[in-house]
Design a binder for this molecule. Structure first.
Ligand code: ADP
Ligand code: MG
Length: 438
């Protein structure tokens, strides 16, 4: 597999040294069905490579005989994934040879806890301490993308194996389950497929919303689930929303999923975001000043994966420019990233999203009437505008039908207080932020 080293040599000659060092050197090459596949250390690098370098990489790969198809993925090359569980399928299977795809670097230690994720963390932790116990089986973690569900799931797997090194913990993406089941159907090896799950202690199954609309797979998963549940094997699942809200999941499966502990994971608050930034930078061997961590936390609020992208960019740039990471340097380096974000969230966007969310006419919401059903969404929209955009209070007031800046300030305070005391409103807030940050 020396296509990639050849390509890299070419690219080194063609591109700026920084680009090669930041984006291309970290890629690991592998082969999938004869085609070159490049693994990036994180989605940020993957996306950047896709956008800027992939066409040229394709040309070069073709030139060096790898075929035109080059794919990008996140992670690292793993040997053939035919059996879900290498050790179960192989003849020399033994407990210590068990490879269940649990990622060792996702642990509870490097998971930053905050109000938004502490219940999810506690649920995963409980399952890891006493796998299979009824009050936390299954554990279902749900919430939108990039909030740490997969991280927690692996952390639970690692903790189980720390406490019991012989524990057989299997991590599976729902897509992998689907593909493997599909193959088993074709090869008429479904018995073997089923048996794999009898021999494990815990199943971590990621992103089950993927099963929506795939009836055969759901049915199979339903049986797998029941068998494991009855045998007191621990199951941990993740989903991008509350399963009852996933269209195309069978109702009997939905109800079954809720038997144990279902916990939401929300976007982290400001303090938690700042903590995450510090911790991720530390992992990369960079000590950030608190002000820089706070700046990043203030600007990027929805998704931890994005935070990580920013940190990667910052630490990489600082590294090869040999510069200290100051607030100015961070602003300079991340300007484009933030500009793109800010453009996405305007006052008009917020107004529209809030009106849609509450089923109101935009005109009503911006109008004069002060009935609660209008005033509250109006305040919500003003508060979101204050939080999510860089506009001043007078500017926001202006865009809300010419209101005074004190009205905006009051709305912001009011909503902040209500977020503490009113569960429903808190949920509305979180949902709107998520929607606006997509
Ligand atoms: P999800 O599965 O919810 O989409 P991931 O678990 O893949 O999200 O998290 C995305 C990235 O953010 C991962 O690199 C993960 O380590 C990181 N992350 C998310 N939440 C936290 C946290 N609370 N502390 C540390 N890292 C976190
Ligand atoms: Mg995930």
């Amino acid at each position: 597999m020396d296509v990639w080293p050849h390509c890299l040599k070419h690219l080194e000659a063609e591109l700026a040294q920084e680009d090669v060092r930041t984006w291309l050197k970290p890629l690991q090459a592998g082969l999938r069905d004869g085609a070159l596949i490049l693994f990036a250390p994180n989605p940020f690098v993957r996306d950047e490579v896709r956008q800027r370098f992939l066409p040229r990489i394709r040309e070069l790969a073709r030139h060096y005989g790898a075929g035109a198809e080059v794919t990008l993925d996140v992670g690292s090359p793993t040997p053939a994934r035919a059996p879900l569980v290498a050790a179960v399928a192989g003849p020399a299977a033994s407990a210590d040879a068990f490879d269940g795809n649990v990622e060792p670097h996702y642990t509870f230690d490097n998971f930053v806890e905050g109000r938004s994720n502490q219940l999810a963390r506690a649920a995963a932790f409980a399952a890891a301490q006493k796998p299979g116990e009824r009050n936390h089986n299954p554990v279902l973690l749900y919430g939108s993308t990039g909030l740490g569900k997969t991280h927690l799931m692996h952390a639970a797997g690692n903790e189980m194996r720390r406490l019991n090194p012989a524990a057989r913990v299997l991590y599976l993406r729902s897509t992998t389950f689907y593909e493997a089941f599909f193959r088993a159907l074709q090869d008429k090896t479904t018995d073997q497929f089923k048996r794999q799950f009898q021999k494990i202690d815990a199943l971590l199954i990621d992103d089950i919303h993927f099963f929506a609309g795939k009836d055969r797979t759901q049915e199979e998963f339903f049986h797998t689930f029941n068998a494991m549940f009855d045998a007191r094997q621990q199951i941990i699942m993740t989903c991008d929303r509350y399963p009852r809200e996933v269209d195309g999941l069978e109702s009997r499966l939905k109800s079954r999923l809720g038997w144990g502990l279902s916990v939401a994971i929300d976007p982290p608050d400001f303090e938690t975001r700042a903590q995450i930034v510090l911790s991720k930078a530390h992992e990369r061997g960079v000590t950030l000043p608190d002000e820089v961590a706070q700046l990043i936390a203030k600007k990027m609020r929805s998704n931890v994966r994005e935070l990580e992208g920013a940190i990667n960019k910052l630490t990489a740039q600082a590294g090869f420019l040999g510069r200290a990471v100051t607030v100015e340097f961070a602003q300079e380096t991340l300007r484009d990233l933030w500009r793109a974000q800010q453009q996405a969230i305007s006052i008009a966007n917020i107004q529209k999203a809030v009106a849609d969310y509450y089923g109101l006419q935009l005109k009503e919401m911006l109008g004069e009437k002060r009935t609660r059903s209008l005033a509250r969404p109006r305040q919500m929209a003003m508060a979101l505008a204050k939080e999510l955009t860089e506009h001043s209070l007078p500017e926001i007031g202006h865009d809300f039908g010419g209101r005074d800046h004190t009205t905006v300030m009051h709305a912001h305070k009011k909503i902040k207080a209500l977020r503490e005391s009113d569960g429903k409103l808190h949920e509305d807030w979180e949902k709107l932020i998520r929607k606006l940050s997509e």
